[in-house]
Design a protein around this ligand. Structure first.
Ligand code: ASP
Length: 325
């Protein structure tokens, strides 16, 4: 049994202090050396990057998924990726959309950097390695192990800026826990078919915007945000509502590009046919917006960009959101 550890940086790998602040510089070997109990599982460490997670790109994540897939094809039981927590909910979902293997790919990080009292990185790394090595974690796609909880990439959110309990799955709850070192899965959501491979040039050429609707919003802003893009995600109020002024503008955009309706609330689904006012979900669907279902705006943006980059036509977009949302 071997677990391959890829490191990308983030708070878990940060060092330094004082007036200049901590920066990502610890290697995978450094991280592993700080974890009592890790020696019982053979670890193959590969340092990929040492950056804050705000610096990561879709292409880096897709390259990492490929390297992780090669490690699994070479016999690894599972894969762990350490990175910053800020974008972890997005990188995990992006990886999950394309991960075709039964072996677990497990992401983790830390909220308290190694220079602080009680850093959470070592415990999170140990839990992630245990999940990656667990036979029961197979066929669940990409997982996030954090604070001794196991979350599905498709449900997980970063919900707090500083808490070590920041990762939660508001729509589903955790899939399981790590209890006294044992991986305990409580539920197994069905897997979706992975999306086809994405060519780097198509990905780079495909641009998708996200607009979060706010009170008394500015129509020209949403038009500017969508200008020159191939698709748009709208994070609407509540169950998927926008100010009445925005509705015709979004309808006009939907005639030119896929426009996906999501909720800015952080949990729950957009509705389909409950409210009837101008700018309601019923009105926006009539104007051609795609129902984002339970997907949050960030995940919807990832799915839409991958769909468009892999050549999905207009009809395929609502179908894909109906499956994934
Ligand atoms: N800003 C850091 C990052 O995302 C936060 C973290 O690592 O937790 O890289």
């Amino acid at each position: 049994m071997t677990v391959v550890l890829f490191t990308l940086g983030g708070t878990i790998a940060m060092a330094g202090a004082g007036s200049t602040g901590v920066v990502a510089r610890l290697t995978g070997a450094d991280l592993a050396a700080a974890v009592p109990g890790l020696a019982e599982i053979p670890l193959d460490v590969r340092d990929v990057a040492a950056v804050p997670s705000a610096a990561l790109t879709y292409q880096q994540v897709l390259d990492l998924v490929e390297a992780a897939g090669a490690a699994v094809a070479d016999g690894a039981t599972g894969v762990v990726v350490t990175q910053g927590t800020d974008t972890l909910e997005e990188t995990a979902y992006l990886a999950d959309l394309v991960w075709p293997h039964p072996a677990p790919l497990v992401l983790t990080g830390a909220m308290r950097n190694p220079t602080l009292a009680g850093p959470d990185g070592p415990a999170n790394l140990l839990a992630a390695v245990r999940v990656a090595a667990a036979p029961t974690a197979r066929d669940l796609g990409v997982l996030v192990a954090f604070n001794d909880e196991i979350h599905a990439a498709r449900f997980v959110r970063k919900t707090h800026s500083t808490s070590t309990a920041t990762f939660a799955s508001p729509n589903a709850g955790p899939l399981g826990h790590v209890i006294e070192g044992q991986v305990r899965l409580l539920t197994r959501p069905p897997r979706h078919e992975p999306l086809p491979p994405v060519a780097a040039d198509r990905l780079a050429a495909t641009r998708v915007a996200l607009h979060t609707v706010t009170l008394d919003d500015d129509v020209t802003l949403v038009e500017a945000v969508a200008h020159g893009r191939d698709g748009l995600v709208v994070a609407g109020f509540g169950v998927g509502h926008v100010p009445p002024d925005l509705a015709p503008a979004l309808g006009a955009l939907a005639a030119r590009m896929p426009v996906v309706l999501t909720s800015r609330t952080g949990a729950g689904s957009v509705l389909r046919h409950t409210y009837g006012a101008i700018g309601s979900e019923t009105d926006l669907r009539r104007r051609g917006l795609v129902d984002g279902g339970l997907l949050d705006p960030y995940k919807a943006k990832l799915l839409l960009r991958l769909l468009l980059a892999t050549g999905a036509d207009r009809a395929a977009v609502p179908d894909a959101f109906a499956r994934h949302g």
